[in-house]
Design a protein around this ligand. Structure first.
Ligand code: B12
Ligand code: SF4
Length: 577
């Protein structure tokens, strides 16, 4: 790294080994496992370079590093500033790295950001020894201000955070003054100017690989065409986070760059759109996909979206044409968050997508040749029962899902279910919930419902996966993809496990007659025990919306309040639908 410029190292902790305690570390060599590009820190790296600082990305996940190795490698680069990203279950790892760096190099400025920091910044500021900054929401502007020691901006962003905390009734926000930063989120204009850094020596992209269902392990890269989500699903922490949209031309420029990088390496790649709902606006999507088709990139694509944007009310013919366009473009996986196959639970989660939308959407995809049926489910919704889980399993089977992702309800701070669990409204926190590293969605359960204990939820999790992956549909799909050349162990592993687990359940006599679990006892459940002393993101979001216009990504003018910095910006945010 350059000796005379400020040196910033941006770090992603390893998660598959450190958090999921999997055997990946020894089993899968670097470049031989599924790892997506670390987009958040790639964006931050660009922002840092733009203000004249030098930067490096160290990705503990792709490099198979232990946390100790990650700290050592970071320190070896002699940084002035270290920024660490992480989701909620990664919090322990993030804390370890921040404290490890500070211990070995006390003069290094440590910064923590990402989904978890956004929701509980005060906890991080209190708990992580020596942390200098905790950044909430989008981080480009704050990271640029830190890297360029821009004291004016740093004061402005700290004031913003203080204002927010006062609004939610935080009793001693002064305690955090200067430590928690909230800059305004990226506008369309910002997003169009800034591109994630995917260039050596700052980052080596050659080991990011993902299984293309039809081909196996290939190079991968990610991009987002929009930021944020305007919907309000109760279980999701992206809810109501506005929407910053990029123009089609601007997205194509980035796709050209990604595709050229892949071509330089002589490989066909898999490009992932990480937008929360890629196809929310039909007109914009058609325009984008037609242009991608014209460009004829040597790549396949995958995305997440909502089924009601594929099966709309526009008429079957139009929906089929749209899905055909996606197939022609090269989408090999279009994934839906189905969440539940039970009508009441589906409507309580406020997603606004009906079971019929999923049926129609998969049929449409099937008709046009997007073969892989991938959908994710949650078990352990508020008021979940054995019967409602059975409805979900049956729905997965009815939909002929090839690849089911099944998660145990994990109420992340900032979601409505977090508050429901805290208050015991059909959902309850259990002991594991005192440690965020347990917020993993599988392998344990941090909640119970009126009917289901954590043990029962774990049983049904295993059972759901066993039923889904040992189904004839899933077996046929896996075999077909294996024959067509996809030999990725990562890809086929859930099927092997599903079959094995099914056999175990049969052997134990539980396949026909599932075990009976005792009902949970919530008689002494006390909401005070579960975060009542903290301010939750839900409270925070409500207050936040009074001062920040999420859709237009700028502060509302509140002239009477002198503590708030108001910067006028005029983003071009296209209206939804
Ligand atoms: C793609 C994706 C994945 C991919 C790839 C993840 C990756 N790390 O690259 C996979 C499938 C592997 C994945 C896994 C998981 N994911 Co995920 N994922 C996403 C998704 C859809 C996009 C992420 C992304 O690239 N966004 C684009 C970037 C630019 O935005 P960003 O991440 O918000 O980053 C900005 C800010 O957060 C901030 N920031 C981030 N890091 C830092 C660091 C510093 C120092 C600073 C200053 C700022 C900063 O600045 C960034 C730029 O503005 C998001 C939802 C979403 N739309 O963001 C969920 C999301 C991040 N995932 C989530 C979760 C829960 C997980 C898992 C824990 C699930 C699980 N049990 O396996 C794992 C964790 C593993 C991991 N390390 O990521 C949650 C996090 C919620 C929470 N409270 O933590 C999200 C928000 C989805 C949701 N709505 O619930 N995920
Ligand atoms: S689940 Fe999807 S649609 Fe719902 S709020 Fe989250 S990102 Fe948006």
């Amino acid at each position: 790294m350059s000796e005379d410029r400020t040196k910033v190292v941006l770090v992603r902790p390893p998660y598959s080994y450190e958090i999921y305690k999997s055997t990946y570390k020894n089993k899968y060599k670097v470049g031989n496992k599924w790892v997506s590009a670390p987009l958040p820190i790639m964006y931050l790296a660009s922002a840092v370079l733009n203000v004249g600082a030098d930067v490096r990305i160290i990705d503990g996940e792709v490099d198979n590093l232990s946390l100790e190795e990650l700290v050592e490698e970071t320190i070896a680069l002699k940084p002035d500033i270290v920024g660490i990203t992480g989701t909620t279950p990664e919090y322990g790892a993030v804390k370890f790295v921040a404290e490890g760096v500070k211990k070995l190099a006390p003069n290094v400025t440590t910064v923590i950001g990402g989904a978890h920091a956004t929701h509980v910044p005060w906890e991080i500021a209190d708990e992580v020894d020596g942390v200098d900054y905790v950044v909430v929401f989008e981080g480009e502007k704050a990271m640029a201000a830190i890297a360029s020691s821009d004291s004016e901006k740093l004061t402005e962003y700290a004031d913003n955070a203080m204002y927010l905390m006062k609004q939610v009734g935080y009793d001693a926000p002064e305690h955090y003054n200067g430590k928690i930063l909230f800059s305004q989120n990226q506008t369309t204009e910002d997003l169009e100017k800034l591109r994630p850094l995917r260039q050596e020596p700052y980052i080596d992209m050659s080991n990011y690989r993902f299984a293309d269902p039809q081909v196996g392990l290939v190079l991968t890269d990610s991009l987002e065409t929009a930021r944020g989500c305007p919907y309000s699903c109760t279980f999701c922490s992206s809810r109501q986070s506005g929407l910053g949209l990029r123009s089609v031309e601007n997205i194509l420029e980035e796709l050209d760059q990604i595709s050229a990088n892949m071509a330089n390496k002589g490989e066909r790649g898999l490009i992932q759109f990480v937008d929360d709902t890629l196809t929310f606006n039909r007109k914009r999507s058609v325009e984008l996909f037609e242009k991608i088709k014209e460009r004829n990139y040597d790549a396949h694509f995958l995305c997440l979206t909502r089924a009601n944007t594929i099966a709309t009310n526009n008429g079957l013919k139009e929906d089929i044409e749209f899905a055909k366009l996606m197939n022609d473009v090269g989408f090999v996986q279009i994934s839906f968050g189905i969440e539940s196959g039970n009508e009441e639970i589906n409507s309580a989660m406020q997603k606004g997508v009906t079971l019929d939308h999923y049926r129609r959407a998969y049929d449409i995809l099937d008709k046009v040749g997007v073969e892989e049926r991938r959908g994710s489910f949650i078990i352990g919704h508020p008021n979940e029962t054995e019967q409602s889980i059975r409805d979900s399993i049956n729905f997965a089977i009815e939909l002929n899902i090839h690849r089911a992702s099944v998660n145990i309800m994990t109420p992340y701070p900032g979601t409505m279910v977090y508050d429901q669990a805290r208050q015991g409204q059909g959902l309850y926190f259990e002991n594991g919930a005192t440690d965020f590293s347990n917020f993993r969605r599988w392998g344990n359960s941090v909640v119970s419902t009126d009917e289901l204990t954590p043990d029962a939820l774990q049983y049904w999790h295993k059972r759901f996966l066993a039923e889904a992956y040992s189904s004839s549909t899933s077996l046929k799909h896996s075999t077909k993809e294996f024959i067509s050349g996809n030999r990725s162990h990562f890809f086929h592993r859930p099927v092997i496990k599903g079959v094995r687990d099914r056999w175990d359940l049969i052997r134990m006599g539980e396949w026909r007659t599932p075990p009976k679990f005792a009902k949970p006892d919530h008689s002494d459940y006390n909401s005070e025990d579960w975060g009542a002393a903290h301010i939750t993101k839900t409270d925070c979001l409500n207050a936040f919306k009074t001062l920040y216009d999420m859709k237009n990504r700028k502060f509302r003018k509140q002239s009477s309040d002198s503590t708030m910095s108001v910067t006028e910006q005029s983003p071009e945010v296209t209206h939804l639908h």
